[in-house]
Design a protein. Structure first.
Length: 351
């Protein structure tokens, strides 16, 4: 039996930052994740994808963000159960929970924080005849290493942030980038849409809207695509790679059977206070939760983790009063007693 103060289900960015916030409160943490390494989707799906909305980082690769988070939580010595999925949860007479994994490993904690992102997921595949035969032979649904597309002719399909961001990124990597979207309007961030349009005008991206990829060509290895345009009719392109980016189909998996209140495949929480679920002692933070006004952003998950840990402390130690101290004043002290001192700054009034 692995015992800890807060058991975190999911080792993505939100789960990792939860370790930091709990550590500041001297709470021990242990994380469970079905993936073989920490980082969630940022490590498994798009480690080389640039992220632009992390405060203080104009641009950071997803994999680098995970590396930084792992370095940040090192003083707090979290435990990990990786490559194993949380299956069942039971509440004991003392009010604590026991979470058992698929492999039978039991974890005991008074607080459980579900930070499972989108849950288990698989890419949404376009209904193109024979597409399965080209998977790993020119067709990919996830970009793990953009260098694979160096000096290649690439067609990306989709109208969301991933399709836009990767089109922008690969414009400086691939020999030729074509972005195909079935509508004229995109669902992604306005800034990304503007960048794609600028690159299109500059001849660095071939932008085809009001169109869909309908056919794939090749003998074993992909060599071309057939595009159906609403006005221009059929278009055939000779390419090396086709990357349909239509998002992921999320599933909560076994967590959906834990008696939690579920709405549209997400866990409902009380965002007026502490992101607790309908079961006291079980919290949900990050993309896995839902509430009015929810934004599925990493920075939102970071905020939720900070609030949740304050509530968890009061739940674990109801008779103690915690006085929050800013890290700029108190530094960060790990469980081994080591301390990172804050830099002392002198502020001078002018005038």
């Amino acid at each position: 039996m692995i015992k800890t103060d807060i058991l975190i289900i999911g080792a993505g960015p939100t789960g990792l930052f939860c370790v930091f916030e709990a550590g500041l409160l001297k709470l021990k943490t242990h994380l469970i994740d079905a993936l073989p390494q920490p980082g969630g989707q940022c490590s498994e799906i798009y480690p080389k994808k640039p992220i632009y909305d992390i405060p203080g980082f104009p641009e950071v690769l997803a994999g680098d963000l995970v590396d930084n988070l792992m370095e940040q939580i090192k003083p707090f010595e979290p435990g990990f159960t990786l490559g194993d999925r949380a299956e069942t949860i039971d509440k004991l007479e003392d009010g604590t929970f026991v979470v058992t994994t698929k492999r039978g490993v039991k974890h005991n904690a008074p607080v459980v924080a579900i930070a499972g992102g989108l849950g288990s997921f698989e890419p949404r595949k376009p209904p193109i005849p024979g597409i399965e035969g080209f998977e790993d032979n020119g067709v990919s649904y996830i970009i793990r290493d953009p260098e694979v597309y160096r000096d290649k002719k690439v067609v990306i399909a989709g109208g969301g942030d991933s399709a836009l961001d990767w089109s922008i990124f690969l414009a400086d990597v691939a020999a030729e980038v074509t972005l195909v979207h079935r509508r004229k309007e995109f669902r992604g961030a306005l800034d990304s849409v503007e960048k794609v349009e600028e690159l299109s005008k500059a001849g660095k991206i071939n932008l085809i809207t009001d169109a869909e990829v309908k056919e794939l060509y090749g003998e074993g290895q992909l060599s071309g695509v057939g595009i159906k345009h609403k006005e221009k009719g059929d278009i055939k392109l000779d390419i090396d790679n086709f990357i349909p980016l239509f998002g992921l189909s999320p599933k909560l998996g076994p967590i959906g059977n834990w008696g939690l209140e579920i709405e549209k495949n997400a866990i409902k929480v009380d965002n007026s206070y502490d992101y607790q679920t309908n079961i006291p002692g079980i919290y949900a933070i990050g993309d896995v939760n839902t509430y009015r006004g929810k934004l599925k952003l990493i920075l939102s998950g970071f905020h939720e983790a900070a609030i949740m840990c304050q509530s968890a402390y009061q739940r674990i130690f109801p008779d103690k009063k915690y006085v929050m101290k800013y890290t700029t004043v108190g530094g960060v002290t790990g469980f081994d007693g080591s301390k990172k001192e804050a830099k002392k700054e002198v502020v001078k009034a002018i005038g």
